[in-house]
Design a binder for this molecule. Structure first.
Ligand SMILES: [Zn+2]
Length: 300
């Protein structure tokens, strides 16, 4: 009997080990650690929204030193007890290049701390972006004049209804100008509202749609809730990056003066516009081996 056990034991132990080796990556893929991401954005982000929004205002409005996605922050936050989101944002931000660091460079510079999520096999299955991304867009508005009130794919309750916001909301009472983020063409210039008041059934309200023609893929950008009669363009106009298009208002389904900044790719799929916006003075072009560097996180 003992002999049989001695023969069987190595197989049992080996089997268990192999089982664990398979199980751990499966747990990671199935998001055992508590956050589901779909197409790169975080589902059930309601509980993180207000804290994340205040961190965004610190970095995108006050310091203007670069954007780190909620998805990246939660990747570390949910694995590391006692960590804080603001510190993780800073760990993931390259303040010189003013953009999110590749995941492996975050882990390299974290040698002072021990971070779960930095094991090389875990990085591989994480789907985290491991390259610097190009930032082809100019800012759609002067960020020093706004407050960020809603981020891309934020879950919120508006008029007692649950919704997922597929764009960015940038609020401002000073009626700032909105600008072309790219060189492109005006596709829509809809200014049906004559008064700067909300209409809950009015969708985008007065809005402009710009199609970029200087970037591949060809993104299209919607500027929503614009001020009545403020358009400086017409359909078919060719505009250049940074050109003024109109002014911020609160027409359509809106609760106060703000710009709704929405971006779609050429397949009409919503993408995270902020991930495309450059925060650095000079346009740093970062070449990439497979030339898909323009893909924002959602397209990963
Ligand atoms: Zn909006």
């Amino acid at each position: 009997m003992k002999k049989v056990l001695l023969i069987i034991m190595p197989f049992v132990v080996g089997g268990l080990l192999i089982g664990l080796i398979i199980l751990i990556p499966c747990m990671l893929i199935m998001n055992f650690f508590g956050v589901n991401t779909t197409d790169g954005y975080v589902e059930d982000n309601f509980q993180y929204a207000s804290e994340y929004t205040s961190i965004l205002n610190e970095h995108l409005v006050e310091k203007q030193d670069g954007y780190v996605s909620l998805e990246r922050i939660l990747y570390f936050y949910l694995r590391n007890e006692n960590s804080n989101m603001s510190e993780i944002y800073e760990d993931n931000l390259d303040v010189e290049l003013k953009r999110m660091k590749p995941i492996s460079s975050v882990c390299e510079t974290l040698n002072k701390k021990f971070y779960y999520g930095c094991a090389s096999d875990e990085i591989q299955v994480s789907g985290q972006i491991d390259e610097y991304q190009n930032k082809p867009f100019a800012k759609p508005i002067d960020f020093s004049k706004v407050v960020i009130t809603s981020f891309f794919m934020e879950q919120r309750i508006v008029n007692n209804e649950f919704n997922v916001h597929k764009a960015w909301d940038l609020a401002s009472n000073s009626k700032p100008e909105v600008k072309a983020v790219c060189d492109g063409k005006i596709i829509t210039n809809s200014f049906t509202y004559q008064e700067n008041i909300p209409d809950m059934a009015g969708g985008y309200g007065n809005y402009i749609m710009l199609e970029c023609n200087d970037i591949n893929p060809k993104y299209s950008v919607i500027y929503g809730h614009l001020f009545p009669n403020s358009s400086k363009v017409k359909v078919g106009d060719t505009v250049s990056k940074n050109q003024t298009l109109a002014f911020v208002g609160t027409t359509g389904n809106s609760t106060g003066d703000h710009l709704h900044f929405e971006v779609r790719d050429e397949n009409n799929k919503y993408v995270d516009g902020m991930s495309l916006v450059s925060f650095s003075e000079d346009d740093i072009n970062i070449p990439n081996k497979d030339e898909d560097y323009l893909k924002p996180p959602i397209l990963r």
